[in-house]
Design a protein around this ligand. Structure first.
Ligand SMILES: [Zn+2]
Length: 126
């Protein structure tokens, strides 16, 4: 999951805080949940709901903020939460969903962080 391009810094950090806590087996801070809830609720208030199954269409900036806040809520309530992981390097720490059968994925991206860690381990004789 990459939230790099979304324009709401407090939403981004709230999702990052909650996700990192969950990935590390800690209780997520309720302040992070509050931010996600408030932004999702605000977006929903001006959204259009139509169709079967229902589709949410957000207005203006909420097309981004609302979509991300609701995606975060769906993730936080959903079955895939147990697959949420955080990439280990200090300068990465991206959150991702491990969809491998045996939950063996360690890196956000094998081509970048995975290879970098391998090279590092190799150089240090590990
Ligand atoms: Zn990474």
């Amino acid at each position: 999951m990459r939230y790099v391009d979304q324009p709401h810094p407090s939403l981004r950090s709230a999702i990052g805080e909650a996700g990192a806590a969950i990935a590390q087996g800690r209780e997520p801070p309720s302040s992070a949940f509050d931010i996600i809830r408030d932004l999702a609720a605000g977006a929903l208030q001006s959204a259009t709901v139509s169709g079967v199954p229902a589709i949410l269409e957000f207005e203006g900036i909420d097309q981004i903020v609302g979509t991300i806040a609701w995606a975060a809520l769906d993730l936080l309530r959903g079955d895939e939460l147990s697959r949420l992981k955080q990439c280990p390097p200090d300068d990465c720490q991206w959150l991702f969903i491990d969809r491998t059968k045996n939950l063996s994925r360690r890196w956000c991206d094998m081509a970048t962080c995975g290879n970098r860690a391998k090279k590092h381990a190799h150089r240090h004789g590990a």
